[in-house]
Design a protein around this ligand. Sequence first.
Ligand code: ADP
Ligand code: TRP
Length: 320
Amino acid sequence: MKTSLTGIKPTNNPHLGNYLGAIRPALALARSYRTLYFIADYHALTTVRDPALLRQYTRDVTAAWIASGLDPAQTLLYRQSDVREVFELAWVLSCLLATGQLERGHAYKAALDRGEAPSAGVFNYPVLMAADILLYDAHVVPVGEDQRQHIELTRDVAKRLNHLYGEGTLVVPEALVDDAPLVPGTDGEKMSKSRGNALPLFAPASELRKAVMRIATSSEPLEAPKEPEGSVVYRLYRQVAPARADEMATKLRAGGYGWGHAKQDLFEALEAELGPKRERYQAIRADEAGLEATLAAGAERARAIAAATMRRVRHAVGID
Ligand code: ADP
Ligand code: TRP
């Protein structure tokens, strides 16, 4: 069975876009791959500068994934920072990468274009990410389109190391790029924490309902037939309850069914999907000692894989 590795950056409390666009599809992979999931807390350090916040996000995100169905006994869940070998491998890889390749990095270039003075952490981000992947012999890495370049760089450096030091030293991974439609936020733009248009994932039902009622709609009268395509309510409903989406489209087109009704149906579909998970989330999140124990157990298993890879790499390069 091939190995799939998912990296999760703890930079916010997950929203519905993260759930539909990242969490749910990544968890579905456990049916066809040996799956590894890790919390990329050292990557978050390029943007999160508040230690209490980083601790909080790390726990929020870990609890959100477990509540959403990640079973730490069936898959491997660990925290990046618990496995120090990743920095050892990152150094070896950086010695094989031209600075020019990092200078062409999309995220680094975008920061320069915005007139920022990016840190060396932003510059080296792709090297640490390549180490994350290569340390665990991952065959596939599920990512969004924005991460494709990072996987290309990972492949390049793995091939270079194998070519120089011995074929088979590292597994050359492949990107598994999902082409699912972006989840729209309440304003119709991409749902994103920074835009303030997100539907909360595990907030109380009353708060979720309020957020759903805030979704922008057109203002036809109740009786008027309505076009579902393109409306935010319908786009969201189709992703949350695909089996019943046609039914909602028919009702909208027939007239006599208002946007308020559609929002109520969307809210109920969200509640059906998220309600039970919210309860699990609250229990898991409240038990911080339990979360730490889960991560510690994962770290131990992850370290065994990392140590084996580093033995191979160190021997290959002549440091042993
Ligand atoms: P945000 O845009 O809120 O800062 P992140 O960039 O941290 O979210 O995204 C984390 C993961 O969630 C990524 O895999 C990303 O592709 C996915 N994701 C975020 N927002 C959406 C969205 N609106 N639709 C689909 N997937 C999303
Ligand atoms: N860069 C990824 C993101 O921004 C997070 C990440 C870090 C990652 N290391 C990884 C993803 C390794 C996949 C594999 O979402």
